[in-house]
Design a protein around this ligand. Structure first.
Ligand code: PAF
Length: 290
């Protein structure tokens, strides 16, 4: 496994492997890797001859007052995890390497980026879409592997890849969870062990939402949303729900009456657990009853 810090070297390496006919897979990360990232790397390993993991805490996707400065970083630990997962190259640039000069270009996926997470984190998805475009141009992968936990990020990037005819396939892999159901995230490191137990309620109310829709056949999503919020405030009063929304998985349009909806549903949520902001979701197929 090699660590590459310069953009031009990474581009030359990717060019070389593309010329030899090797498939390249990219697992983009912000480091402080966990089992969720390992599963992405193993999935990439199965599909491609060359696996690149990028580790870059991207400043442009953090808003003012967010955790860019304190985002956990441990390159040595990360590099061991990558090596064990069979990664060939870690792309590990400095901020000055990624954002040198006076860049005047950014990628915005309109409409979808302003909803849900976007309404709490304005500009976040422009930062994500721009850095991912840069990473795709630097590593030139055939596939990019991302986790299902960031459902809106996946919808935004899928639309960007399609709208801009980018020749890379987005592969979405399942969310990896702790034994209690809490979705794995580098930010879980901010939680105390009590908060980790409490935060398990978040996955519980997602599963409850799915159960109310698929088993109780409730089609008015306002009923599902208010029942889920009630369960959370009774079981975990210290967790503040920011949103719990039921949408389609194409443009994240809210669905009010499920009786008329067929397709993939996403129930997504964000919540504050102390000072830590957590997100999670559940995705499933639904067939209209009419
Ligand atoms: O999901 C993440 O870790 C980041 O948003 C990504 C895709 C690596 C872009 O910085």
């Amino acid at each position: 496994m090699k660590v590459v810090k310069e953009i031009s070297s990474m581009q030359e390496i990717s060019d070389y492997y593309r010329c030899t006919g090797k498939k390249i897979a990219l697992v983009p990360t912000m480091g402080f890797l966990h089992e969720g990232h390992t599963s992405l790397m193993l999935n990439a390993r199965e599909r491609a001859g060359i696996v690149i993991t990028s580790i870059f805490v991207n400043p442009t996707q953090f808003g003012k007052g967010e955790d860019f400065g304190k985002y956990p970083r441990d390159f040595l630990r990360d590099s061991h995890i990558c090596e064990k997962a069979g990664v060939d190259f870690i792309f590990y640039p400095e901020v000055d390497e990624m954002y040198k000069g006076n860049a005047l270009t950014a990628i915005t996926v309109n409409k979808i980026s302003d909803k849900l997470e976007g309404s709490f984190r304005p500009g976040h998805f422009t930062g994500v879409a721009t850095v991912v475009t840069k990473l795709l141009n630097i590593t030139k992968p055939h596939t990019i592997h991302l986790g299902s936990k960031d459902a809106q990020q996946n919808v935004v990037l899928k639309k960007m890849i399609s709208d801009l005819n980018i020749d890379t396939e987005l592969v979405v892999c399942p969310t990896i969870r702790e034994d209690n159901g809490l979705a794995m995230s580098s930010r879980n490191t901010y939680l105390t062990s009590e908060q980790k137990e409490d935060a398990a309620s978040l996955y519980f109310i997602l599963k409850e939402g799915k159960r109310m829709i698929t088993e109780d056949k409730i089609s008015d999503t306002n009923i599902v949303k208010s029942k889920a919020a009630e369960i959370l405030s009774n079981s975990s009063p210290d967790i503040q729900l920011q949103y719990y929304e039921i949408t389609d998985n194409e443009e994240l349009e809210p669905i009010s009456d499920l009786g008329k909806f067929s397709g993939e549903i996403v129930i997504s949520l964000a919540a504050k657990c102390g000072t830590t902001r957590l997100i999670d979701n559940i995705i499933f197929e639904h067939n209209s009853i009419s």
